[in-house]
Design a binder for this molecule. Structure first.
Ligand SMILES: CC(C)(COP(=O)(O)OP(=O)(O)OC[C@H]1O[C@@H](n2cnc3c(N)ncnc32)[C@H](O)[C@@H]1OP(=O)(O)O)[C@@H](O)C(=O)NCCC(=O)NCCS
Length: 181
């Protein structure tokens, strides 16, 4: 047991009630409300939380959820990610994304994908993720074959699964593919 004042962080699941309790009125927590609505709608609870433990109390710093496709090859879809306002820029998002990659590889995923809002792109790029195009919603799409790290993941538009995701007509597909004239 650490001295009073010491804090440690742990990955532990979070229920919707615990997640809601962590939302503050800071506008940077606005996305947390969308997180709750989407996770409720898609049945994604419990999520994986990253908790700060200090003096025997826990505080939720951030959370992540994903789904695995039923069809093969298994594609892991990073659905929702949020770092609460007080915990921004302390590596919480990075820990949660690395945990996502490690876990889905263990669970048999061959590919992963994420559809990111423009504001979150610099964060994902800092992890080594490369975006392939822009979707109708304005979000950008990244799809890659899994590897040990995001930067090491293979992103080849000739790969049939990656190609199909990027050039899909309709929902989720790209209206603009980067580096294509
Ligand atoms: C995107 C988000 C999850 C990042 O979480 P975070 O815990 O603050 O990120 P980290 O501390 O792990 O950041 C890692 C690196 O990403 C980059 N980064 C993170 N936030 C950034 C920002 N706002 N602008 C530019 N770069 C950023 C930095 O390189 C950072 O490293 P540094 O702090 O050493 O410079 C967080 O801003 C968030 O919850 N945003 C609202 C919800 C959202 O957009 N979720 C994604 C849905 S698509």
């Amino acid at each position: 047991v650490g001295k009073s004042g010491d804090s440690t962080f742990r990955l532990l699941s979070t229920s919707v009630e615990e997640f809601k309790t962590a939302i503050t009125s800071d506008k940077r927590d606005n996305f947390a409300k969308t997180f709750v609505a989407k996770a409720n709608y898609q049945g994604l609870w419990p999520a994986v939380g990253y908790w700060r433990i200090k003096d025997h109390t826990r505080q939720l710093a951030g959370a992540i959820t994903w789904t695995l496709s039923k069809r093969k090859p298994v594609v892991a879809n990073l659905q929702l990610l949020h770092t609460f306002a007080a915990f921004r820029r302390q590596g919480v998002g990075r820990v949660l994304c690395n945990h996502f990659l490690k876990t889905v590889v263990k669970d048999g995923a061959e590919y992963w994908r994420v559809s990111a809002e423009v504001e979150a792109i610099p964060f994902y790029e800092s992890l080594g993720i490369r975006f392939l195009g822009r979707q109708k919603s304005g979000c950008q799409l990244a799809v890659a074959r899994v590897a040990g790290s995001f930067g090491g993941c293979m992103v080849d538009l000739q790969d049939p699964v990656i190609r199909a995701a990027v050039y899909k007509k309709g929902k989720g597909g790209c209206v603009e593919v980067f580096g294509e004239d």
